[in-house]
Ligand binder design. Structure first.
Ligand SMILES: [Zn+2]
Length: 217
């Protein structure tokens, strides 16, 4: 894992051990629907923060301003001072337009929704497996390699799974691909996050074209 002395430092999430846990917190009777919804929303927010922390070259100031901007606001310019701007100026990564990759990922989700049985959930790994045309156990067991889109030739700008997951997270954070995050109780009594892909936005393709998809790869 790469080490940086700034926002890109590796993050570790600690889960409390049973003996540290307040028994009231793991008592299902006390887990009201409102509190569950609140925690589930918190998990989604956490995903957005993690996505932001993974960026190595995107201007941090610009990303923050764009995140809070109204859609009609003009985009802010690069600050040139933040750690990511400084790293970009030193390492000079290439800028790629990944709009075609984003459209491709959307088509994969559409086909997975149409082709998989109702009780066969769609997970992030499934989308990446088809996108990168992987031949691993998960892909073969779920017969994802028999999907038409799996076989189709496609010239990707994205080169590896880390970049592919980043693009997928971007599509999820922008609510173009819809992920459901719920809390489920494990056999040991803990509330664990359970996420699956449940659909796409009604105007998903238009949404993709309304954003800039320039990635430093
Ligand atoms: Zn900057």
């Amino acid at each position: 894992m790469e080490m940086h002395n700034d926002l890109n430092s590796p993050y570790i999430l600690w889960l409390k051990t049973p003996k540290d846990m307040d028994p009231d917190l793991i008592n299902e009777d006390n887990e009201t629907p409102q509190r569950r919804t609140y925690l589930e929303q918190g998990l989604q927010n956490l995903h957005e923060i993690m996505f932001f922390c993974e960026e190595k070259y995107k201007c941090l100031q610009q990303s923050l301003l764009n995140f809070y901007a109204w859609s009609a606001d003009t985009s802010s310019s690069l600050c040139g001072n933040c750690s990511n701007c400084q790293r970009r100026n030193i390492e000079r990564p290439d800028l790629f337009n990944v709009t075609g990759d984003a459209i491709r990922m959307l088509k994969i989700v559409k086909e997975l929704i149409e082709e998989l049985e109702d009780d066969n959930n769609i997970f992030r790994d499934d989308i990446i497996g088809v996108f990168l045309q992987l031949k691993n156990k998960k892909v073969i067991n779920k017969k994802l390699n028999s999907l038409l889109i799996y076989e189709e030739d496609f010239n990707r700008a994205i080169r590896n799974s880390k970049q592919a997951f980043h693009l997928l997270d971007d599509l999820i954070n922008k609510k173009i691909i819809i992920e459901s995050v719920t809390l489920c109780k494990s056999s040991s009594g803990f509330w664990m996050p359970d996420s699956k892909i449940v659909g796409i936005a009604g105007d998903a393709e238009e949404m993709i074209y309304s954003y800039s998809w320039d990635y430093y790869l």
